[in-house]
Design a protein around this ligand. Structure first.
Ligand code: SF4
Ligand code: SF4
Length: 388
């Protein structure tokens, strides 16, 4: 975004997205809220919030802790797991330090085994996530796990979770997600009035912040974006190629890929991952007889590659392509993330044959050693695009 444009997020917690989220969590802790560390998009936020707790995302994206992690973990493991573990091993993760308990899910093998290595440090509650989401037992089993989590939180924090509070949190999630989508609608405009940095910043903060706080902030964002559009302010150039980024969660040092894409002259109009828009894509059924089952349904529908088959990833891509009108799709896969890596083939076939869009898979980690190679591939991809 050009200089002189009012920042989108201006909430008093200035700084990098992680610092902003940490500042928010610390302020909530000072007000007496409990803090629950989470590792995944499947963590049922509504139950955590109904327990009066604030979630803290523990997934890490920094290269600096990988070396120490590799003294225990294999080198050919996903950098997200290594980085997260390295922070804990060196006792330098402020999000982990402030968390009183950790909620984890049985998603990929690397994460599962890493949880075993840290579970002695803090109470760590591992939820058995069904991975065949379309089987009829999946919903029942995941509902049971969510109700067991409720029991764990009640015992740990010595407070009852009322079903009405869960229902209220469902309604608040829906309000927040609708507002987040109002902001995403601006990203869908051509030209787009907001940058990937702003999108990423907002989605990072929204994972931690309560709906009440987010409503104020998001309404302010919408007003600022309306002003930008009215004044003809936009990000990039009017005819910049539009990029949809899909794949693994990306943050911190891995955002080198996003920077390279924009330095090559494109604009990222949508981030389809757990560090992007995915957690806000859908709503939860309200006023059902069992709010835990409603929460379970919504999370089971998250299109993560740990699910099989993961057909929803393709139907969600359909919707995103229709809405954001990208010129290319770039799939960012972290090294040794086998499920996203294998699924990339299917995504490529789908995007190129059904939507006739150029597709690029970038496999990377958190080091800077491959930036030249990534830049060359991104520039080559953008060169083949027809002139607008
Ligand atoms: S990509 Fe899958 S495993 Fe990773 S945070 Fe998202 S839902 Fe969880
Ligand atoms: S990026 Fe892949 S391997 Fe890494 S934690 Fe997520 S699902 Fe597991």
């Amino acid at each position: 975004m050009e200089t002189g444009v009012e920042p989108l997020v201006n909430d008093g917690f200035a700084g990098e997205p992680a610092k902003r989220a940490l500042g928010y969590i610390q302020s909530q802790r000072e007000k007496g809220k409990n803090v629950v560390g989470i590792y995944c998009g499947y963590a049922p936020m509504e139950v955590i919030r109904a327990a009066g707790a604030v979630p803290a995302v523990l997934c890490a994206f920094a290269n600096k802790t990988i070396e120490v992690a590799e003294t225990v973990l294999p080198a050919n493991l996903c950098p997200l797991i290594k980085s997260s573990y390295g922070f804990i091993k060196t006792d330098t993760c402020p999000f982990y330090s402030i968390s009183e308990v950790v909620i984890a899910e049985t998603t990929c093998d690397g994460k599962k085994k890493m949880f075993e290595l840290i579970s002695h440090i803090k109470p760590t509650y591992v939820m058995d996530l069904p991975q065949l989401p379309d089987e009829k037992e999946a919903l029942d089993n995941w509902t049971v796990m969510i109700k067991k989590l409720k029991g764990f939180l009640e015992t740990t924090f010595d407070r009852k979770i009322d079903d009405r509070d869960v229902e209220q949190e469902i309604k608040e999630t829906n309000i927040k997600n609708k507002l987040m989508n109002k902001v995403f609608d601006f990203a869908a405009l051509t030209p787009t009035p907001l940058s990937w940095v702003e999108l990423y910043d907002l989605t990072y903060l929204a994972q931690a912040a309560t709906t009440k706080d987010m409503i104020v902030l998001l309404n302010d964002c919408v007003a600022k974006l309306e002003k930008r559009v009215a004044e003809g302010i936009y990000h990039g150039k009017k005819d910049s190629p539009r990029v949809l980024v899909t794949g693994c969660p990306v943050g911190g040092d891995a955002t080198k890929v996003f920077k390279i894409i924009e330095e090559a002259g494109a604009v990222i109009v949508t981030l389809d991952s757990c560090t992007g828009m995915k957690p806000f894509a859908s709503l939860i059924a309200e006023n059902t007889p069992d709010p835990y089952a409603a929460v379970a349904r919504r999370y089971l529908d998250l299109p993560c590659s740990c699910m099989t088959p993961n057909n929803r990833r393709l139907t969600e891509l359909d919707k995103m392509i229709e809405r954001f009108k990208p010129d290319v799709v770039i799939d960012v896969v972290l090294h040794a993330c086998h499920s996203y890596n294998i699924e990339s083939h299917r995504v490529k076939e789908y995007v190129t044959s059904k939507h006739h869009l150029p597709f690029l898979k970038i496999e990377t980690d958190y080091s800077q050693s491959d930036t030249g190679q990534i830049r060359t591939r991104v520039e080559a991809l953008l060169e083949i695009l027809p002139q607008k």
